[in-house]
Design a protein around this ligand. Structure first.
Ligand code: FMN
Length: 487
C-alpha cells in the first residue's frame, strides 16, 4: 500500500478502496451528526460533507467517520488490507512499543510554510464563524468546533510536546471552550502554568489527518510526543511551522489551526455535550477557555468531526476498539505476562469499557494476573469497566463465544473487583451532586476460564469440531438457500 502524505491524499486513497463517500446538502443542525451516528453503527465509509443546507461556507467541508472500520484503520496506519478486525489487531502485536522507542529519532522538522499557511488571520480579522460547525446533539450547550480535534501543549518544565483530543466549544468568533479532564497530559500542563501564575499557550488543530487524530485521542505514554510517535509510524519526521504567537509546532499539512492562550483567571460556562458514554453526563461548568490570537487554514479546508453517541453508534468507537486492543496487548507483553493469545475491546464499549483477554493458562493465578493487570494498564485505566478473561479455545473477537464462556466457566461469586479507579465526569453513574474531580469508579474482572486446578478434569466441549462444521458448510449451505454463515 502507498503511504499517504496528508489528509487530501488520504481522501484520494480512501476513495480508491471505496471507503469514502461525499454527502451533499445535509443540514449542520443535528442531521450531519445523525448521519454520522447511523454510519458508525454500520461500520460505513468515511463521509465528506459539503454544500450544507445552511449555506456553502466558502467551500469548507466536514469529514466524519474517518476511521469507522478496519479497512480505514489499515489505510490510516499504512498497513496492507488485512481481511478482518482480528488480523488487523494481531498485525499490531509489538508495534506500539517499537514506535514508542523509535519516536525520539523523529523530532519535528520546522519549515517556513505549508498548506496550513495558505490563509493566516490575526487580531480583529479572526472569525471562527466562517467554518461549518455542526450542532451535534439537541441538548448541547452550543456548537462544538473541536470534536475530531488535536490539542497541542508543552510541559513548561522541559518543553516536551503533548497532543491530546479534548472537546472544544465555539463560544464566539475568537474564543473557544476547552474541556480537559483531570489526569490528562493537557491538564497537568495547565496546572503547572497556572501554579506559576502564567497563561498556557495552546494550539488547536481542527483538521488533523486521521492518524494524528487517533494519536491525540489515545493514552500515549507520558513524556512521549505524539508528533514524534507519528513520525515513527510514518518513518518520516513531521513538517511543522512555528506558531507566531505561542512558538508551538503546528503540523504544516493540517487543514485548520488556531493558537492562543488559556488564562488562569478567566472562565466561561462550557458544555454540556452529549458524550461517548451515550449520555449528557457532563454538566455545564465554568472552565478556563482559549483566547485565539491567530487562525490558519487551507483553502477549502476540511474540519474533522467526530459524533459522540452510545456504543457502536459513536464515530470513534471503531478505531478505538482496534487501537486500544493493540495498546493493551502491547502493555501486557511489555510487562512480561506470558501466554496472551489475543485482546479485544469491542466497539459497544467504545474500546474502553469492555476488554476481552484470551490466555493459555500456564500456572495457578495466571488468569488473575492477566485480568487485573489488563484493567490497570495505562491504556485501560481511564473509564474501564469490565475485563473478561477467557481460555485460548474461546475466540476473544466473537462476543457470542465470550458470553458462552461467561455462562459456562465464570463463577459470579469469583468476580474480581477493583475500587476507586480513574473515572470521568462523563460517567452517567456519577452522582449528579458529586463533582467530577472527586469521582472514581469500580471495575469488574470476570474469569470466564476453566479453573486452573481443574484443567485436566473439566468436562470436554461437545459441539461439532471446526473441521466437520467446515465440511458440512461446504456441502450443505446451498441447500439452505445461503442462510448459513461459517463462524
Ligand atoms: C473524539 C474525542 C473526544 C474527546 N474528548 C475529550 C474531552 O473533551 N476531554 C478529555 O479530557 N478527553 C477527551 N478525549 C479523550 C482523550 O483524547 C484521551 O484520553 C487522550 O489520551 C488524551 O491525551 P493525553 O493522554 O495526552 O492527555 C476525547 C477523545 C476523542 C477521540
Amino acid at each position: 500500500m502507498k503511504n499517504w502524505t496528508d489528509l487530501r491524499d488520504w481522501i484520494v486513497q480512501a476513495e480508491e478502496i471505496q471507503e469514502l463517500k461525499t454527502i451533499e446538502g445535509s443540514s449542520l443542525n443535528l442531521e450531519l451528526s445523525a448521519i454520522a451516528q447511523v454510519n458508525a453503527k454500520n461500520s460505513g465509509p468515511a463521509l465528506l460533507f459539503q454544500n450544507f443546507r445552511e449555506g456553502e461556507f466558502d467551500g469548507f467541508r466536514v469529514l466524519t467517520n474517518s476511521v469507522g472500520n478496519y479497512r480505514l484503520f489499515n489505510l490510516t496506519f499504512g498497513f496492507p488490507q488485512f481481511p478482518s478486525i482480528s488480523e488487523t489487531i494481531q498485525n499490531l502485536k509489538g508495534k506500539p512499543s517499537a514506535w514508542e522507542k523509535e519516536s525520539e529519532k523523529f523530532p519535528v522538522n520546522f519549515v517556513e510554510k505549508g498548506q496550513i499557511t495558505e490563509n493566516i488571520m490575526e487580531g480583529d480579522s479572526i472569525d471562527l464563524n466562517i467554518f461549518p460547525t455542526p450542532l451535534w446533539h439537541d441538548r448541547d450547550g452550543g456548537r462544538f468546533i473541536g470534536t475530531g480535534v488535536a490539542v497541542i501543549t508543552a510541559d513548561p518544565d522541559d518543553g516536551k510536546i503533548n497532543v491530546g483530543s479534548y472537546r472544544a466549544q465555539l463560544f464566539d468568533s475568537k474564543t473557544i471552550g476547552l474541556n480537559i479532564e483531570r489526569g490528562k497530559h493537557g491538564a497537568s500542563h495547565r496546572e503547572k502554568y497556572f501554579s506559576q501564575g502564567k497563561p498556557m499557550p495552546v494550539v488547536l488543530i481542527f483538521g488533523p489527518d486521521p492518524l494524528l487524530y487517533i494519536l491525540a485521542g489515545s493514552e500515549i505514554p507520558t513524556g512521549v510526543s505524539e508528533l514524534e510517535y507519528y513520525g515513527a509510524i510514518k518513518g518520516k519526521r513531521m513538517n511543522v511551522i512555528r506558531g507566531k504567537k505561542t512558538g508551538l509546532p503546528i503540523p504544516a499539512g493540517a487543514e485548520i489551526a488556531v493558537e492562543g492562550f488559556v488564562y488562569p483567571d478567566r472562565t466561561r460556562l462550557e458544555g454540556p455535550h452529549g458524550e461517548w458514554t451515550g449520555y449528557y453526563a457532563s454538566d455545564a461548568k465554568e472552565k478556563p477557555y482559549l483566547s485565539v490570537d491567530a487562525l490558519y487554514y487551507r483553502n477549502n479546508a476540511i474540519m474533522l468531526g467526530s459524533a459522540m453517541s452510545r456504543g457502536s453508534y459513536n464515530d470513534h468507537a471503531s478505531w478505538r476498539s482496534i487501537w486500544k486492543s493493540a495498546l493493551i496487548y502491547d502493555e501486557l507483553l511489555k510487562n512480561g505476562i506470558p501466554g496472551i493469545k489475543g485482546v479485544y475491546c469491542p466497539s459497544f464499549g467504545v474500546g474502553r469499557q469492555f476488554i476481552n483477554i484470551s490466555i493459555e493458562q500456564m500456572y495457578p493465578g495466571h488468569a488473575t494476573e492477566a485480568g487485573y493487570m489488563a484493567s490497570q494498564t495505562r491504556s485501560a485505566a481511564y473509564m474501564g469497566k469490565w475485563v473478561v478473561v477467557v481460555d485460548e479455545d474461546v475466540n476473544p473477537y466473537d462476543m457470542d463465544d465470550v458470553l458462552w464462556a461467561m455462562c459456562s466457566r465464570a463463577d459470579p461469586a469469583e468476580i474480581g473487583i477493583i475500587r476507586k479507579g480513574w473515572a470521568s465526569g462523563v460517567d452517567p453513574l456519577r452522582p449528579r451532586d458529586l463533582p467530577a474531580s472527586k469521582y472514581t469508579n469500580s471495575r469488574g474482572i470476570i474469569f470466564a476460564v476453566v479453573p486452573y486446578e481443574r484443567k485436566d478434569s473439566f468436562p470436554g466441549r461437545c459441539e461439532a469440531s471446526p473441521e466437520i462444521r467446515n465440511e458440512v458448510f461446504q456441502r450443505y449451505h446451498n441447500q439452505l438457500d445461503g442462510r448459513w454463515t461459517l463462524s
